[in-house]
Design a protein around this ligand. Structure first.
Ligand SMILES: [Zn+2]
Length: 260
């Protein structure tokens, strides 16, 4: 009978253990649902605050937007939630035409079916923007994945998308062996990727035509969100320099590019 007794004890033990696990999972599920509800509440409460505060105080400006848009620039940046182009440039609705994706990438013309080419074409040909900014940023997860592609094993779409940054990867691996610090290497990748994507931008017919008419300027920026600094690529110095005009630099590029 002892084995049977042991068996019963074990069975009871397993049943008790299973019940505890089930109870624990139920608690986790309820907590997760609660967190989700709270997060959605934050968004909805934000809408209420926007309608009662921001919209009310600028209602005339918002109503004027129905006449159309004449944005100051096309702003191409990463989807990263830590980047807020309008906050960064202190612009209002209607002033920036914004294109966002993982890694602020511009596929070369004709090599992708995505909306990037259509957005660029519309911005230049229809809206007549005079400036296009490609803005990378510090701690970019997409550029981190480009450097360490083991992170992309279960992300086939991201891996495929980052194929448009293959040149960036080669520039870093073949020219930045001397940069071994992980943070510095990532920042160099962010910078070089901005320059690579600017080159891709030059393959788009509307951009080429507008540049030929001297009606368009291209700009490469890197935003360091933890300090609020923005660095702009200066072709003559072949460096990204702080926009506020100091001599502060991120990292010198290892190659020459034609003037932007
Ligand atoms: Zn990013």
């Amino acid at each position: 009978m002892c084995p049977q007794s042991d068996s019963l004890t074990t069975t009871n033990s397993y049943a008790s253990y299973a019940a505890e696990i089930s109870f624990f999972l139920e608690i986790v599920c309820v907590l997760a649902q609660t967190v989700e509800i709270l997060l959605m509440q934050k968004l909805v409460q934000g809408i209420h605050r926007f309608q009662d505060g921001v919209f009310s105080s600028k209602q005339r400006m918002f109503e004027g937007l129905v006449e159309g848009q004449k944005p100051l620039a096309l702003f191409i940046t990463c989807s990263d939630s830590r980047i807020n182009p309008n906050m960064l440039t202190q612009t209002e609705p209607g002033e920036l035409f914004i294109l966002r994706n993982a890694g602020n990438i511009v596929p070369p013309y004709g090599l992708a079916e995505g909306g990037e080419a259509a957005t660029i074409e519309y911005a230049v040909s229809v809206l007549g923007v005079k400036d296009i900014v490609i803005c990378g940023h510090s701690h970019c997860g997409a550029m981190g994945g480009l450097l360490d592609q083991s992170q992309l094993a279960k992300l086939p779409a991201v891996r495929s998308w980052l194929g448009h940054a293959e040149s960036t990867y080669l520039i870093i691996t073949e020219n930045y062996a001397h940069v071994t610090d992980a943070a510095a290497r990532l920042m160099a990748t962010v910078e070089e990727n901005v320059l690579v994507q600017l080159e891709h931008l030059r393959t788009h017919p509307t951009v080429v035509a507008a540049l030929a008419r001297s009606e368009l300027d291209l700009h490469g920026w890197v935003y360091k969100f933890e300090t609020g600094q923005v660095f702009s690529y200066r072709p003559n110095e072949n460096q990204f320099l702080a926009i506020e005009g100091t001599s502060s630099t991120v990292l010198p590029s290892a190659r020459e590019l034609p003037p932007i």
